[in-house]
Design a protein around this ligand. Structure first.
Ligand code: FE2
Ligand code: FE2
Length: 315
């Protein structure tokens, strides 16, 4: 008898790639911002209070580029790869065949999300004339996850990407939650993020089941390693890319005289702000549900990193 309840039964009629407009060739009415000011890292800088309106608008465009490009890279480098690997792995005992199908549907979704984010970057670039910032090196989150994989104490190198996919697919991104309802933002951008968010509800349900399944299959020493890795995985995913921020600020040398220092300060402030929101509540709730945080030792692992499991799970 089947115990797995799929969240993808309506995928053919509800998924963005199957049933909704792709927002390509977007047209932008004047009078809107490209990104919510209250979610924009650069808007927190004191220098921004005195800048002309056109620089403020530019900074919001760069914030949108940053969000869209991060999404593309996350989908392509991380989530799609993990979906593919889980589908291929025949050694995961008891993985329901329907779950494999759902992982393929999520794989198709993520490719579509990446493509549509890139289309939006091209449309905004054409509209505004602002060139996106191309990374000089790998994005910070990919580098951080690679470093973490290299020092993973068990031989299975797929563990860190797997945990990163579980975290990224279950957390509540403030952009996904709040951007679609911000009426100051261009309707086309809001529609893009709203359609993405609807797909992510299905992904979150799927990755919660996958994680539960794996958690029960892991021996206690692997579970311990998982708990020790999670705070670093969370950090890798949520810490803003300082090199990218620096490049944005350096485009306005008359306004921002020390881009390195400002990027560093902004990055720390942004992390604090994220942890003030219910961003990690679903991740902590999942661990709580599995009784993974029941020992003082497990709680301590999170507390020493400034993550209070109890407080965050109950938001
Ligand atoms: Fe996605
Ligand atoms: Fe997803």
């Amino acid at each position: 008898m089947r115990t797995y309840v799929s969240a993808f039964s309506n995928w053919h009629t509800r998924a963005w790639v199957r049933s909704k407009p792709h927002h390509t060739g977007s047209r932008f009415e004047p009078g809107y911002d490209f990104f919510p000011a209250d979610l924009a890292m650069t808007m927190g800088l004191p220098e921004v209070g005195a800048i002309p309106g056109d620089i403020r608008s530019d900074l919001l465009v760069y914030e949108l580029y940053g969000y869209l490009r991060f999404t593309t890279l996350l989908e392509v480098n991380l989530v799609s790869s993990v979906c593919k690997r889980l589908v291929r792995r025949t050694d995961i005992v008891g993985l329901d065949p329907l779950m494999r199908r759902d992982l393929l549907m999520a794989f198709a979704d993520e490719a579509g999300h990446a493509e549509m984010c890139e289309e939006m970057i091209l449309a905004v670039e054409e509209e505004t004339g602002l060139r996106p910032i191309e990374p000089v090196s790998q994005p910070a989150f990919i580098r951080a996850l690679r470093l973490l994989s290299a020092r993973c104490p068990i031989p299975d190198r797929s563990l860190v990407p797997l945990l990163a996919a579980v975290v990224s697919e279950t957390l509540l991104s403030p952009v996904i939650v709040n951007l679609p309802t911000d009426e100051a933002v261009h309707p086309e951008v809001r529609a893009l993020v709203r359609d993405h968010a609807a797909d992510e509800v299905r992904h979150s349900a799927l990755f919660r089941v996958v994680f539960r399944h794996l958690w029960h299959s892991w021996p206690s020493y692997v579970r311990r390693v998982v708990l020790e890795l999670l705070p670093d995985v969370i950090d890798a995913l949520l810490t803003p890319d300082k090199a990218w921020l620096r490049e944005v600020l350096a485009r306005y040398p008359d306004v921002f005289d020390d881009p390195d220092e400002l990027a560093h300060a902004l990055s720390g402030a942004h992390m604090t702000a994220l942890l003030e929101r219910p961003t990690l509540a679903p991740v902590m709730g999942l661990l709580d549900e599995l009784d993974a945080l029941d020992t003082a030792e497990a709680t301590e692992i999170f507390l020493v990193r400034g993550l209070s499991p109890v407080r965050m799970a109950r938001r």
